[in-house]
Write a protein that binds this ligand. Sequence first.
Ligand code: MN
Length: 325
Amino acid sequence: MSQKINIEIARKILSCQHIAITSHLRPDGDSIYTSLALAEMLELLGKKVQVVTHDPLPFPFYEFPETSRIKIGQIDPEGVDLVILLECVDVARSGQTGIEHLPKINIDHHYSNSPYADLNWIDPEASAVGEMVFELIEPLGLKITPKIAEYLYSAIFSDTGSFQFSNTTARTLRTCYLLAEAGASPNAIAEKLLNNNTAAKIRLIGRVLTRLTLNASGNLAFLAMFRRDLEEVELKEVDVEDITTFARSIKGVEMVVFFKEIEPGVFRVSLRSRGKANSALVAESFGGGGHLHAAGFTVHGEFEEIYREIPRKIEEILNRDRQPS
Ligand SMILES: [Mn+2]
């Protein structure tokens, strides 16, 4: 199945001249580096290429020189004969508004049942969309250059949480083996993507971690971050993932509940879990949503009250979910 569709997609790409590549709102390492790899591949074929994302790139990606070719905003449809959408469940997810009339290819590794493009390649078994785009190199008649290798490896490294998440498979490692052989440096990429923090961010994490609490049974960890924390270390934004990772590494902890003050009286609650603890189920019961191991919701009210009520309710939901039915 996937064998055929990648060849069909390669054929379509070869027949086009001016190709726009876009990905989803709030771009991440996979969507950014897969876009760059694909752009590199298409330019080797002599295509005219634009890479566009609706939203600005998050830290640390905007600091890397190779990402400066990504245009933030809308695709310029003038002369474009093909749009490739990476990891977009529908066109709306790309934030692009002027591309309805253009031929489209949809490449995604998230399960979906809305094949909205002219060619749709959905492979939920792939760890990253970078792992899928790797499978276009050969049908496009290309060789893996060191640059393509670096970009695709970076995409996969990002989306697998440095090969730690459950999406990491033999196929992932085989792909990365071939990319490393073609010139991607596992050490240089890990250094670049992981060890690029500012001192301010580490101080902030330190402050937030001093507030860590656990419930009586030790399976739930709670963290809170207020706007004054960011102000005091002179930071605007911080990646929630980096903070919850520490709490999630505690032995016995199944779920981390991270309260982040958005404005006075409004908190975004991020849930990160492992094993059977269902983050989506908890988030949905508070009007939010997400995936099994990562979800979130928003609450309004005084922090003291929220911090008394929410943990108790989450415990109830998880206990109920564990009852054999
Ligand atoms: Mn991805």
